[in-house]
Design a protein around this ligand. Structure first.
Ligand code: AMP
Length: 314
């Protein structure tokens, strides 16, 4: 399969609405808004919207549109970076005339009339650049803003080109993207700068993490702890990777207590952990996955599961 059918659909529809997943990250915004910029640059007469709840920490990347339900009549809807329909932000995604899924997560939920899923891609933003390279022969145009967003999405999902998902192609695309005119320093600041509260909680995690013989680490961020450091559960994305450099840690889990559930964020440097997330109705990549549980007792089972996969990992 190639991108022809997706390009035909973009040609055909006058209104295009682009969604992404809840609890967005730079790749969700980068692919969603990067694609929107590409389409707007190529087809200035089309009406293109990006929707979903805003995350203030991602305002530096883009702002979302607010649209009426009526806009969905006769529209093409494209969902970026979202493996399963339940995680699509804004549940009006099925109110258009056609639905397309573009993603790089394991294809666990085949929603939509058309899909482009490439689990080898470092990020969905990388797929949007693939789409652009294919479509440019057919008259698609990149602009500086699309390049900034796509580059930001790739940087975010590869951990600054660190994760094994980063390939020769990723570097080639990055090299092409940086030739556009955007401020890379302020983009990195937006993604990586942390406030002093987060920095102090990072310190707490580094002081207090445990390490089992199997190479597993567990961190519990209770409401009390988050309140003490004056941090919202949503801001904890900047803390999840902090144990990755500790020698001896094969995989780790961070539990974050929210109002009505406990969020489970799993990361690994070897053992496959998205199977654990799937057991708790979650999902994600083999080395970065997530789920939610209801009680602290439930988290103990997650810890046992993680210990098992770490023990059997050679
Ligand atoms: P996070 O810890 O939220 O950064 O998520 C890591 C990866 O797991 C991302 O690719 C998410 O899309 C995925 N993920 C996190 N939570 C869930 C969930 N509840 N269901 C499915 N996938 C999830």
């Amino acid at each position: 399969m190639n991108f022809d059918k997706i390009i035909q659909a973009i040609h055909k529809f006058e209104t295009i609405i682009i969604h992404r997943h809840v609890r967005p990250d730079p790749d969700a915004y980068g692919s969603q808004v990067g694609l929107s910029e590409l389409i707007k640059q190529t087809f200035p007469m089309k009406k293109v919207y990006v929707v979903g709840e805003e995350d203030p920490s991602l305002h530096f990347l883009a702002r979302m549109d607010t649209i009426d339900d009526s806009v969905y009549n006769g529209a093409l809807v494209i969902v970026c970076d979202t493996a399963n329909a339940a995680r699509i932000d804004d549940d009006r995604y099925d109110m258009g005339d056609m639905l397309i899924k573009i993603d790089h997560h394991p294809n666990v939920d085949m929603y939509g009339d058309m899909m482009w899923v490439d689990t080898q891609a470092s990020s969905t933003s990388e797929i949007i650049y693939d789409l652009y390279l294919y479509a440019k022969e057919k008259g698609f145009h990149m602009n500086d803003e699309a390049a900034r967003l796509i580059y930001g999405g790739i940087v975010g999902d590869t951990g600054r080109f660190l994760f094994p998902s980063t390939t020769k192609k990723t570097f080639q695309y990055a090299a092409e993207l940086v030739t556009y005119n955007f401020d890379r320093t302020s983009l990195y600041d937006g993604i990586y700068q942390i406030n002093d509260n987060i920095a102090r909680l990072r310190g707490y995690i580094l002081q207090n993490f445990t390490l089992t013989e199997s190479g597993m680490s567990t961190i519990k961020l209770t409401k009390g702890l988050l309140n003490k450091y004056n941090i919202e559960p949503m801001e904890t994305g900047q803390l999840v990777g902090v144990l990755g450099d500790v020698d001896g840690i094969k995989a780790w889990v961070i539990f974050i207590e929210e109002d009505d559930q406990i969020r489970v964020r799993l990361r690994s440097k070897g053992p496959v952990i998205n199977t654990i997330a799937a057991k708790y109705d979650g999902g994600g990549h083999p080395m970065a996955a997530g789920a939610s549980v209801l009680t602290w007792e439930d988290t103990e089972q997650v810890v046992r599961d993680l210990d098992e996969v770490c023990k059997s990992y050679k």
